[in-house]
Design a protein around this ligand. Structure first.
Ligand code: SAM
Length: 250
């Protein structure tokens, strides 16, 4: 029996599982961290393409099933734990893959962005709506803080979409496979400060930048031509320029 509370929707199309594994490891990978392996449908394909797979599964029963399914497979390490409580950087540089538990997609993405230089690449199955938010253009409804956050650390691409019927039991929404390629120029400290600024810009999405930022920058925000716009109208590069100008004028 699947546990809906844990987002258990098992993908049962070998062609899609193979495509996910191939996108995660186009060349043989030294290490893959798999999030939510469930019964090991994707794990099997990842083991064909990686020297070592660390599979993090919260459900004790499934973690046990997984160990039984791959007896004597020393290249597989099943970690029975909550992925959100597991520091993903502890194993060094890694590819991250998984058919995610959808109820925690956003916090998992944050953990992946935080990996910085330890992230080789991530290939993840998630709700199509979240996938669209990751790749949205400024000025569209899907564009928001998550878009900015993702694009600051990675280059997100939607690879293919997956109908609900491909899962057992089927989820209520369509899904999509996303590849996140890390940006090489990440400077963690600076990014942290910019992220705080971006979060303030998007705090009340329908309000202008003046409204969202006045409490932090006072009258200085009125000197910016963007003050009357909403954050969702600005690209990541434009938000970065605004941030730099406001910081310089302080
Ligand atoms: N990979 C399998 C597949 O494709 O058939 C299962 C994917 S299912 C969508 C999500 C998996 O994540 C489930 O096995 C669920 O038990 C597990 N899971 C849920 N919450 C988790 C958490 N906080 N940490 C680790 N695994 C979790």
């Amino acid at each position: 029996m699947a546990r809906p509370r844990l987002g258990q929707h098992f993908l049962n199309r070998p062609t899609l599982l193979a495509r996910l594994a191939e996108a995660a490891c186009p060349e043989h990978a030294p290490l893959v961290i798999e999030i939510g392996p469930g019964r090991g449908a994707l794990t099997r394909f990842l083991l064909e393409r990686a020297a070592r797979v660390i599979a993090i599964e919260l459900d004790r029963r499934l973690a046990g099933e997984l160990r039984d399914k791959f007896p004597g497979e020393e290249r597989l390490e099943v970690v029975e734990a909550d992925v959100l409580a597991t520091p993903l950087g502890q194993w060094g540089p890694a590819v991250v893959a998984g058919n995610l538990p959808y109820y925690i997609t956003s916090p998992i993405l944050t953990r992946i962005f935080e990996l910085g230089a330890s992230l080789r690449r991530a290939v993840l199955l998630m709700q199509e709506e979240v996938a669209r938010r990751l790749t949205a253009e400024p000025g569209t409804r899907a564009y928001g803080f998550l878009t900015v956050h993702a694009n600051l650390f990675t280059r997100p691409e939607v690879l293919f979409s997956v109908p609900a019927a491909a899962f057992r039991p089927p989820p209520k929404v369509r899904s999509a496979a996303v590849r996140l390629t890390p940006r090489p120029e990440i400077r963690p400290h600076e990014q942290e400060q910019f992220l705080e600024f971006a979060a303030r810009c998007f705090r009340q999405k329908r309000k202008t930048l003046r409204n969202n930022l006045a409490a932090y920058y006072g009258p200085r925000i009125d000197l910016c031509p963007e003050a009357g716009l909403r954050a969702e109208q600005l690209s990541l590069a434009q938000l970065r320029r605004l941030w730099a100008r406001l910081e310089e004028s302080g």
